[in-house]
Design a protein around this ligand. Structure first.
Ligand code: UDP
Ligand code: LCN
Length: 852
């Protein structure tokens, strides 16, 4: 503690004596109040509330300035076991300290995560001294895995890895030579010829020779012209397509061999031809290109992967061209499950489906097999999928080897099931593994670890969290969409961070699950397909043919099985929202806030897209509840005339144009002349009003609203921003990071509907007063997207990761094996047993929740 201020390096337990001198009286009162109500688990809001219970002003001062306030406001939760209060304190993202405080004498002692978790188990009346305790961190310490130190560096693991590898290579460059000697593609040797070059000094000599020779050539000279000279030096193809490209690659490597530094390491590895074939696992949902959005368990993950594949293929082709290997073709396979009973429209019952707008990428569907070897015909919820995964991994492995005629260079998993299978396949084939979560289920349900037993029959979290732990720890690198996904924010732990230390009483205690300071974490944010989602101002690209359909979808007056409600005054601005209709997306919350806010209702119309309209048509329990709630809210607040509720839309090309039609007034205005069907006097007169308004140069503003209680990333947010729509989105999760509040959009608090709806009303008011405001926000949103959220940036980062981590995994191989064996044992003894407990086939279980 310096000058009475607390810094992150100060241990709270160490600071306690000094702090006691400052305010013994308040601390004692506070801790005695906590223990007065007996044993319990207290969360931060409750801890703060009880801190302020009496002596309000005085206590507030203490809370705001003193040590007690610092500790309590940094405490995530506390286990009260009188006379002790055990605190889990999070002073900064990723930094946890566990402290046991005696409520009477205020002695404080630092305890281990394991000791803290045991207290939680006692509280839960479920403590077993001999409970299986897993500590992945202990193994990482054994193999001296480097760790990031600053919370601000979390998610930038590549940087540390390149520094770490530089320092290792400074001692000996042997591992790099060995790695290069093994580079091949379909039997063709690449870069270094092992029969001529077998030592680092020979490699350095060859590079010198090649560099001298290249100095005499024009930069654009194609590789073929000097290939024979390269071969004489012992250098094979892959250095570059031209003399200039070869010279650059050689310089980067020479620098690395001479005095390794992270910059040249990163540059060199971005040039190495190490990735041609990629396998991506996304198993559970209806994975396809047509009519799948809106199906159970199928959401943004499918959109993400299809766009990701296109971006990766483009990037691979670009690299292959730059490497001078044009005759080699990349291959990307997306492995999902074949669902024999899937509706024909979805193609989910077809084994192979080429991916649109790619040349070398395919969806490969492999069926689930039951224990007796039969193909499982029907869809299985992602929560019940565990018994099938091991057989699936074996079957898909065989198919992959067959389709690629060899091993892939990189395997990427998506979500728990895909990541577990990716771990099994990458272990079996010995290839680099990347992990993507999209959403980690543990954080979605409060205390789902502690209360796993109550939920297990429905959600099988025992399997899911075990599988997550296995996959995260096996994986060579983890791709996150945002910083918050890894390490949350100042006040809230991240999704991965919440797996640092947790216990599932009676099952397993994770003394260290995953550490967010591990350099395997990297941020690569997705984008939105810019051929589909582009600003409304790009007139020449607009899909005007779709306008009559969109006009009908948004503005026709009658209810049908695709839409309900109508917009009486279409000259009003529009708030637009699109999401799956499940609880966490909170579309019903938005409708309720709108219903309750008269000012907002007077100012704007509401258009929402999501779910089915008829509850009897849905199979999803949560969706059914939300559908019923939508109907009752529309009735309760008499919203007809102000709301249009459109059922889930699966045509994303049309969705792109829909965003734009909502966004641009002139586009909507053009429709005025196009719509004779269902015309009536009211409609005509309102269109006339619109015409008059626009003629008088008054613009109709609109915006998108994303009100989710929690959003892991939020593709709809970046889709809307790509179309130039000012966007209001939840401050819980990814959108809080995508949008810079009041600069490129707005944050709203989904727990405070009144404030959120007033914020939006203020926005529309401001747009009325300042005609430039809407344009300003729209442009700032687009700028944010172009700078940070494009698939091109994503693909470059991910292929660099594959290359760099692909090399890293070859270093310290033996040491890493210790951890792999530990994980393998955990898989065999724990996961398999748990997966066996999940019923295999039979009646379709009740569907627990909507998609990831
Ligand atoms: N989507 C759609 N039709 C709908 C609702 C959503 O096409 O009726 C698309 C939406 O455009 C986005 C994806 O589904 O591409 C949803 O992704 P997001 O990340 O917003 O949420 P998720 O559903 O994955 O939780
Ligand atoms: C799952 C979610 O819940 C969304 O927030 C993400 O945007 C989507 O996956 C794609 O990663």
């Amino acid at each position: 503690m310096a000058g009475g201020r607390f810094s992150r390096s100060d241990s709270i337990a160490d600071m306690m004596p000094e702090a006691l001198r400052q305010s013994r009286y308040h601390m004692k009162r506070c801790f005695q109040r906590y223990v007065a109500r007996g044993s319990r688990l207290m969360k931060r809001p409750q801890l703060l509330e009880e801190l302020h219970t009496d002596d309000k002003q005085q206590q507030l001062d203490v809370a705001a300035q003193g040590f007690l306030g610092y500790v309590i406001s940094s405490t995530h939760e506390a286990v009260v076991l009188p006379p002790h209060v055990n605190l889990a304190v999070r002073t900064n993202p990723g930094i946890w300290e566990y402290i046991k405080i005696h409520s009477a004498d205020l002695t404080a002692e630092q305890i281990t995560p394991s000791q803290y978790l045991k207290c939680k188990e006692i509280l839960h009346h479920d403590h077993e001294e001999e409970l299986l305790e897993v500590d992945f961190g202990a193994l990482d310490d054994l193999i001296s895995t480097p760790r990031l130190t600053l919370p601000s560096s979390i998610g930038n693991g590549m940087h540390l890895v390149s520094r770490f590898m530089s320092s290792k290579l400074a001692t000996t460059a042997g591992p790099l030579l060995h790695y290069l000697l093994k580079l091949t593609h379909r039997g063709h040797n690449l870069m270094v010829n092992g029969t001529i070059i077998d030592t680092v000094s020979k490699l350095q000599a060859a590079l010198l020779l090649a560099e001298a020779f290249l100095a005499g050539l024009h930069g654009t000279t194609p590789y073929q012209r000097f290939e024979h000279r390269f071969q004489e030096c012992g250098l094979d193809r892959g250095w570059g397509a031209t003399a200039e490209a070869c010279r650059e690659t050689i310089t980067y490597l020479s620098e690395v061999l001479q005095a390794p530094d992270p910059t040249n390491m990163a540059r060199f590895f971005s040039r190495v031809p190490s990735v041609f074939n990629i396998v991506i696992f996304s198993i559970h949902g209806y994975f396809g290109q047509d009519k799948v959005l809106g199906m159970p368990d199928t959401g943004g993950q499918v959109v993400y992967i299809l766009d990701q594949v296109r971006a990766l293929e483009d990037q691979l082709l670009q690299r292959i061209k730059q490497q001078g290997l044009l005759d080699l073709t990349p291959r990307i396979l997306v492995l999902t499950r074949l669902i024999p009973e899937a509706s024909k429209a979805t193609k989910c019952n077809v084994e192979l489906e080429p991916i649109h707008n790619t040349r070398h990428s395919t969806i490969l569907r492999v069926p689930f097999r039951t224990e007796d070897g039969k193909d499982l015909p029907h869809w299985v919820s992602r929560f019940d999928i565990y018994p099938y995964l091991e057989r699936y991994a074996e079957d898909s492995c065989a198919k992959i080897l067959d389709m690629l005629q060899g091993k892939p260079d990189l395997v990427i998993g998506n979500y728990t099931d895909g990541n577990l299978v990716a771990s099994l396949v990458s272990r079996k084939l010995g290839v680099t593994q990347g992990t993507i979560a999209h959403a980690l289920e543990k954080t979605k349900y409060e205390d789902s670890d502690l209360k796993w037993r109550e939920m297990d029959h429905k959600y099988h979290f025992s399997c899911q969290f075990t599988a997550d732990m296995i996959a995260m720890n096996t994986s060579d690198f983890i791709i996150a969409s945002t910083y918050q996904e890894i390490a949350g924010s100042k006040d809230k732990p991240g999704q991965y961070e919440s797996h640092y230390a947790f216990t599932m009483p009676g099952l397993c205690r994770f003394a260290t699950g995953i550490n967010v300071f591990d350099p395997k974490f990297n941020i690569a944010a997705p984008g939105a397909d810019q051929s589909v989602y582009f600003p409304s101002t790009l007139k020449q690209k607009r899909l005007t043919d779709l306008h009559p359909q969109i006009e009908e979808l948004v503005y026709s007056k009658e209810d049908n099985d695709e839409h309900i409600g109508y917009l009486e005054y279409r000259s009003k601005p529009v708030i637009f929202s699109m999401a799956r209709l499940d609880k966490v997306k909170n579309i019903t919350g938005l409708v309720e806030w709108y219903g309750q806010n008269k000012r907002l209702r007077d100012l704007v119309n509401l258009v929402v897209v999501g779910g089915l309209l008829d509850p009897s048509q849905s199979k999803d329990r949560e969706e059914i509840e939300e559908i019923n709630k939508m109907h009752s809210l529309i009735n309760k607040y008499q919203l007809k005339g102000q709301i249009r509720w459109i059922k889930a839309q699966t045509d994303r090309t049309r969705n792109g144009e829909l965003y734009r039609c909502i966004s641009d007034t002139k586009g909507a205005f053009v429709q005025v002349y196009n719509q004779p069907k269902g015309d009536n006097i009211l409609a005509r007169s309102s269109r006339l009003m619109l015409f008059i308004k626009i003629s008088a140069n008054l613009v109709i503003y609109c915006c998108t609203f994303q009100p989710a209680f929690y959003e892991a990333f939020g593709l709809t947010v970046i889709e809307a921003m790509n179309c130039g729509l000012p966007t209001f989105a939840t401050n819980q999760g990814g959108p809080a990071e995508i949008i810079v509040n009041e600069v490129s959009g707005f944050h709203i608090n989904p727990l405070d509907g009144k404030e959120a709806s007033n914020k939006i009303a203020d926005f529309f008011q401001k747009c009325k007063e300042d005609p430039m405001y809407w344009d300003k926000m729209s442009t700032a949103g687009l700028q944010r997207i172009y700078e940070c959220y494009t698939w091109q940036i994503y693909a470059t980062k991910v292929l660099n990761m594959a290359s760099m981590y692909g090399f890293w995994r070859t270093m310290d191989k033996e040491e890493r094996q210790a951890k792999q064996r530990y994980i393998q044992m955990f898989y065999n003894l724990q996961f398999r047993k748990l997966a066996k407990n999940v019923p295999e086939v039979g009646e379709q279980p009740e569907q627990p929740a909507a998609a990831a």
